[in-house]
Design a protein around this ligand. Sequence first.
Ligand code: NAP
Length: 274
Amino acid sequence: MTQMLSLNDGRQIPQLGFGLWQVPSATTAETTAAALEMGYRLVDGAAIYGNEEGQGDGIRASGLPRDQVFVTTKVWNSEQGFDKTLRAAEASLKRLGLGHVDLLLIHWPCPAKDLYLDTWRALIRLREEGKALSIGVSNFKEPHLERIIGETGVTPVLNQVEINPRLQQRALRAFHDKHGIVTQSWTPLGQGRSFDAAPVQAAARRTGKSPVQVILRWHVQIGASVIPRSTRTEGLAENLALFDFSLTEAEMSAIATLDEGKRCGPDPSDFNMG
Ligand SMILES: NC(=O)c1ccc[n+]([C@@H]2O[C@H](COP(=O)([O-])OP(=O)(O)OC[C@H]3O[C@@H](n4cnc5c(N)ncnc54)[C@H](OP(=O)(O)O)[C@@H]3O)[C@@H](O)[C@H]2O)c1
């Protein structure tokens, strides 16, 4: 139902997943199980979302074999540093009720803390110990990536960053391609900022798909992994139906013109919260 992308460590990740930010902890297990039963195979969580218990419970409730579900979590900013990160990862695994995650990410670089290199070294250790099968980062810009790669020789498998038609991050994506890093798009719907845009509407009319599906398909066709969130069954189903149609080159070019370089979220250069 979903395509797979190759990671630079020889493993694979489903191109489409679902995100758990702002999914209430009380309903996370139910939402996770419903999404997995529907066909999703990638669950994007984070310690700071406060719902890792539900994430783990939902995976178990789905009845799927563990190796059929790709589980991501992230180390929060307050836990950066070598020893703290090792402890934070253990705490995440305990909350998830799992022996390992498929992907562990550094949530934000937090340049003012200047701890992301030590944090990256901890992720390398956690991978060696089998607690994270793959390791990557989130919200890293080119200088942050260059530094951790240069200092450790280990390239993250993936960088999860804000991308939507109004913030296309072309230079960063080119850097990722050059280094074999998968781009993963967060807030892929961009808070609805391009639902009404003419190129999106035109592609929706031609394909008979919704503007949301056109935008998610655009992410797929730029080669990104994409992790939309919906707490509604219909929303989850709609966001999963991306692999039975495609956008033409002309439609992709028209959507490319929507880029304004404007973020919905914070600029990682100045975000050091936590
Ligand atoms: N690494 C990071 O720093 C970072 C930051 C932000 C997000 N993320 C990850 O990225 C995931 C996705 O980002 P996001 O949750 O911010 O935003 P999103 O997936 O772009 O959008 C979610 C919003 O769109 C609505 N929606 C979803 N599908 C829809 C559909 N088919 N039709 C109409 N509305 C729809 C949802 O409402 P309903 O629930 O009502 O459908 C919700 O309000 C997060 O859950 C998280 O896992 C990571």
